[in-house]
Write a protein that binds this ligand. Structure first.
Ligand code: SF4
Length: 247
């Protein structure tokens, strides 16, 4: 990786040095190894193409929540062919919309998708918002989805924290949440943000998501072939895994 420059102080909300779990050398080694692996092993999806608009990214994020990514691929492509713009989605017949996402078992999200599209058309001149506050004010859009849109559509160096990334943070750096809902633990969000080098947000987040899906899996992680194994706490000492991996 070209010399990584971090966009902010790594853990802005942490007050004591003892709370900083990852020093600069380790962050840089993590990025170098992760991006080296991603260069050859990263996954390809239709919403990752260079022609994807913010609308496309938003649709993908709404479909990907708690669904099987392999099923989303086909459904997404047909969906975008049928509703190529946010205006088309805002005008969609709700029954047809439900049918178009039924394969994913998320037909109940049809109304939410249409309402969201209508708000974007009527309150944002048909453009998916590019600010965090405007995004989280849309129905069904939380911190993760807002940051995903900001990162993948608007190229901001935002962090993502979900069950999968929580697992990687815990295993590699022994950073675990003690909260009942780790995804809402701001300390984890701060740690994740501190790992994103300036200008590398898209690559960083896609690489983490892909590593979690293919290699650092919930059970039987493939540590023997993982590019991170020499700096990963879990690989060096498997018995140390603890804490909650998510919700
Ligand atoms: S070495 Fe093992 S535990 Fe560590 S990141 Fe890789 S797969 Fe996950």
């Amino acid at each position: 990786m070209p010399s990584a420059r971090w966009s902010r102080q790594p853990w802005p909300n942490m007050s004591s040095v003892s709370e900083m779990p990852v020093d600069a050398d380790r962050r840089e080694e993590f990025a170098t190894r992760l991006y080296g692996w991603y260069r050859t092993a990263g996954r390809r999806f239709p919403w990752r193409g260079g022609r994807s608009s913010a609308y496309h990214i938003l649709v993908a994020e709404m479909m990907l929540r708690k669904t099987d990514v392999r099923k989303v691929e086909g459904v997404y492509t047909a969906f975008i062919a049928r509703y190529p713009t946010v205006q088309c989605l805002a005008r969609a017949d709700e029954r047809e919309l439900r049918d178009s996402i039924r394969l994913l078992g998320i037909e109940d999200r049809a109304r939410l998708m249409r309402v969201t599209a209508n708000i974007i058309v009527s309150e944002h001149a048909g453009k998916v918002p590019s600010t965090y506050n405007a995004l989280v004010s849309l129905p069904g859009i939380g911190r993760y989805s807002a940051n995903a849109v900001l990162c993948f559509a608007y190229r901001r160096d935002t962090a993502l924290v979900d069950t999968n990334i929580i697992r990687i943070l815990g295993r590699v750096f022994s950073v675990w949440s003690q909260k009942a809902r780790p995804r809402e633990d701001m300390r984890l969000w701060d740690v994740a943000a501190g790992l994103v080098p300036a200008g590398h947000g898209i690559r960083h987040n896609r690489a983490l998501l892909d590593l979690a899906a293919t290699t650092c899996t919930p059970t039987k992680p493939k540590c023997a072939v993982c590019s991170l194994n020499e700096l990963c706490d879990y690989a060096r000492c498997p018995g140390r895994e603890r804490g909650s991996a998510g919700e």
